[in-house]
Design a protein around this ligand. Sequence first.
Ligand SMILES: Cc1ncc(COP(=O)(O)O)c(C=O)c1O
Length: 387
Amino acid sequence: MPKTWQTKLIHPDAHAPQGYRSLTTPVYRGSTTLFPSASLVDDHWDQDAGYTYGLYGTPTSLELAARICELERGTRTLLAPGGQAAISLVDLALLKSGDHVLLPASAYGPNRKLTSGLLSRFGVDATFYDPLVGAGIAALIRENTRLIWTESPGSVTMEIQDVPAIAAAAHARGVKVVLDNTWSAGVLFDAFEHGVDITVQALTKYVGGHSDLLLGSVTVREDDLYRALGSARQVLGCAVSPDDCSLALRGLQTLSVRLAAIERSALTIAQWLADRPEVERVLHPAFESCPGHEYWKRDFTGSSGVFSVVFKPGPTQKQVFAFADALELFEIGYSWAGVTSLIVTYALGRGPGRPAYEHRIARLSIGLESTEDLIADLSQALAKIRD
Ligand SMILES: Cc1ncc(COP(=O)(O)O)c(C=O)c1O
């Protein structure tokens, strides 16, 4: 059929040669996916259905999902637009009105807020438990408990959980266990081997690795969980950007060398801080001073670069702020696991399962600057704690 130039803008006859091969996964952008015939069906979110709509997957996003799944040793991975979106996908897919959910008091703040706020409006009841409860979780499981969240180490206070003991107690009562496995980058803790049913990761952190994207993943082994999560993902419209997926795929290629360098540097800096007179304790999972260290030693194959430091009583919150403000290499900012070292100070509220560190705690994320320079930076800024 002859075409005008205007039509050729949309349906060209001219194309680049076929056969290009590259080391990188191409970025496939697209909402519409083409079908060979009119007998298409509009409900094919399942990866087995092939490509049916950009929301459910493109070769770029499904490549990333497959790669995360392989690393975490699951059978299916679904992507979400961020770590928190992955967390809410799990809750919205698996909980209903009248259900009860257990979360560690040390869980990532917005995770706790989701259940105590938005989900409580939909009739879901949440209990926050001491992250070190271990097998004692059995006493907290109710008839209507559907899900137990774990996060190990916990956010900011860094408690390592006895995940296998929690999983054993949960499974004895038919309850599923979900783990936020972001700190381990999905590779330093083998979640499924330790009894977890669902893992969540903020790919925003170590997988992305450069503070330039937001993505999340949910990985499972059971088909029933995949089906529940997949159909919820469809109706929630959890779209991910193929460009961000491409960056995450690039991040994966250097994950092992970044993690190794960051682990080394973080251990050196944590030890240096532990020896400082201003410091009460270092909350680094590889240190005995970190609550639950024995579970890290038993269950993890290494450590990443996020840890906290608790100052001895004495400095005011203003002095702790002055210390953070005085740092020249450590930037102040949320999120973590990029190449730039970060610090955030916290004022922890008191409550069950919450240690009484109050304003004396700061969380560090070690990046890829020289360890020596980072220590020199901390050394000069610590003067502000003493002033
Ligand atoms: C442990 C943990 N899980 C989940 C998230 C949420 O990830 P995102 O920022 O991609 O929503 C964060 C973010 O800081 C986190 O620290």
